[in-house]
Write a protein that binds this ligand. Structure first.
Ligand SMILES: [Zn+2]
Length: 122
């Protein structure tokens, strides 16, 4: 397990499926993990704690990891753009703000996934 900070978010990275399952699912003692049912990547978001936990198999594809990281980062978005009507007439500043917000979100999710993907965990 490895920990690091990214944009104020504590990231906990697992590559050991046993460790990940033990920390999140409280398996009964002596339980055997069915390795064939382990996903390429998985995650949990602790919204209050600004923390995400990511499990990544060593053979995980980048796209699978990216989707997991984007999903967990999405849980940390507060507020959103509820007041910004998607069918507003014409262009306004809110549209630009919204586009910039999600562009930053996607770029940050991409960079974090890239960092996790390339971490040398041995
Ligand atoms: Zn979720």
């Amino acid at each position: 397990m490895k920990r690091f900070k990214f944009k104020g978010i504590l990231v906990i990275l697992y590559t050991d499926a046993h460790e990940f399952v033990k920390d999140f699912f409280d398996p009964p003692q002596g339980a055997i993990l069915d390795m064939d049912s382990i996903p390429e990547s998985a995650g949990f978001a602790d919204i209050d704690g600004k923390k995400i936990s990511i499990f990544k198999r060593l053979d995980c594809s980048f796209e699978d990891l990216f989707a997991t990281v984007a999903h967990e980062m999405g849980h940390l978005i507060t507020g959103g753009f509820i007041d910004n009507p998607t069918r507003a007439k014409g262009y306004n500043k809110l549209h630009e703000k919204k586009a910039e917000h999600y562009e930053k979100f996607a770029v940050n999710a991409y960079r974090l996934a890239q960092r996790i993907y390339s971490e040398n965990l041995k």
